[in-house]
Design a protein around this ligand. Structure first.
Ligand code: ACO
Ligand code: OAA
Length: 378
């Protein structure tokens, strides 16, 4: 067995997938062959879910019946809402709350424990989870503001319904379109850490809810999905300092800090999603007549590119996009999960179809041949 160490599993191939492909040198991303730019501009999040789960873009009729089934799953039970309320009252961190409530959903899933080889049951669970996660996030946020949750509506898109449940009012067209495109952009991304985590869990033939719970826990970290929250907190820190953004970023690097929203394991160039989210961030800034956050971001991007040759990833401009839409900063990562659950469950479905347990090795560098000393003699 080869003994070369691949720290962070860099470059290690562990599966075949038809879901998404990243060309890290060219800076391109496709879902099942379709360019992310086309999908973000032309397709709804619901169409992208269908594409990921069923392999093809839906026709009108297919999309209608798929949407009908998704919409019917939006509501959550009273006991689920009670947990969300208890977690909000306990001031739980939103990703911890989401992870907990998603785990709880397994208890009331109408399919119960299913056979991983039952593709229909896997997809039904995926649909339910994806439909309910927006309801959970919005309810949690409202409870912590001492507001009652807003019930989901059946006549709104996935994107618009979430913003409606969060704010208690329908979003305008720009907000809906921007948010829908952001969901499309975040839906899948090869074997990123959280997707891999879901696949590891599924590879033991554990269930879909367990896989998604693992993935949420993995997405939460600052080196992965948690970076979008860190980006906005960093921009606020820049604003609160008396430094210009470039000086701030230079000092941050000099003190050994990483700049959130930059760098990527696969992309050698700017993440294609960051171009699109950057455009959203700029137009929202222009619409609001307040360019500050966008301007700080551009200044830091230019500095990081010249100084370190490191480009923005998806989290860099999603931060100011969501912030300018009035979304609370600590919901940025739950919103990433709200979209990525589509990709997680698509990869879990693939994993079940061609499964082998994931089990790498560590090179042992500890002691050997220690002589055991009974506790009383230590
Ligand atoms: C949705 C997502 O998950 S996108 C990523 C979100 N995460 C972030 O934005 C956090 C900041 N970025 C990072 O920490 C990293 O770039 C990661 C985690 C994304 C990728 O990590 P890795 O592929 O392991 O790259 P690694 O950590 O080895 O970095 C390579 C070099 O670039 C530097 N570097 C990478 N990212 C950054 C950054 N954001 N700020 C400053 N320097 C950085 C590292 O210091 C390292 O330099 P060195 O070789 O001189 O030590
Ligand atoms: O692919 C990765 O490692 C991280 C990422 O950009 C994503 O999950 O969207």
């Amino acid at each position: 067995m080869a003994d070369d160490l691949k720290k962070g599993l860099e470059g290690v191939l562990v599966a075949e997938s038809s879901l998404s492909h990243i060309d890290g040198d060219e800076g391109t991303l496709i879902y099942r062959g379709y360019a992310i730019e086309d999908l973000a501009r032309e397709a709804s999040y619901e169409e992208v879910l269908y594409l990921l789960w069923y392999g093809e873009l839906p026709t009108h009729d297919e999309l209608d019946s798929f949407t009908e089934r998704m919409v019917a799953e939006r509501a959550v039970d009273e006991d689920v809402l009670a947990t969300a309320e208890a977690l909000a009252t306990a001031d739980a961190e939103p990703m911890a709350a989401l992870r907990t409530v998603v785990s709880q959903l397994s208890v009331t899933d109408p399919d119960g424990e299913t056979d991983p080889e039952d593709r229909e049951a896997t997809l039904a669970k995926s649909r339910r989870l994806t439909a309910k996660i927006p309801t959970i996030i919005a309810a949690f946020d409202r409870y912590r503001d001492d507001d009652e949750p807003v019930e989901p509506r059946e006549d709104l898109s996935h994107a618009a319904n979430f913003l409606y449940m969060l704010n208690g009012e329908e979003p305008d067209e720009i907000a809906e379109e921007t948010f829908d495109a952001a969901l499309v952009l975040h839906a899948d991304h090869g074997l990123n850490a959280s997707t891999f985590s879901a696949m590891v869990t599924a590879s033991t033939l554990s269930d879909v809810h367990s896989a998604v719970t693992s993935a949420i826990g993995t997405l939460k970290g600052g080196l992965h999905g948690g970076a979008n929250q860190n980006v906005m907190e960093m921009l606020k820190e820049v604003d609160d300092s008396d430094k210009d953004p470039v000086k701030w970023a230079r000092d941050a690097l000099d003190s050994g800090r990483r700049v959130a929203g930059f760098g990527h394991r696969v992309y050698e160039v700017k993440d294609p999603r960051a171009y699109i989210l950057g455009e959203f961030s700029e137009s929202l800034a222009e619409e609001a007549g307040e360019m500050k956050w966008y301007d700080y971001s551009v200044a830091i991007e230019e500095f990081m590119s010249e100084e370190k040759g490191i480009a923005p990833n998806v989290d860099f401009y999603s931060a100011t996009t969501y912030y300018q839409m009035g979304i609370p900063i600590d919901l940025f990562t739950p919103i990433f999960a709200l979209s990525r659950v589509g990709g997680w469950t698509a990869h879990v479905t693939e994993q079940y179809e061609d499964n082998r347990i994931m089990r790498p090795r560590a090179r042992y560098v500890g002691d050997k041949n220690q002589e055991f000393v009974p506790i009383d003699e230590r």
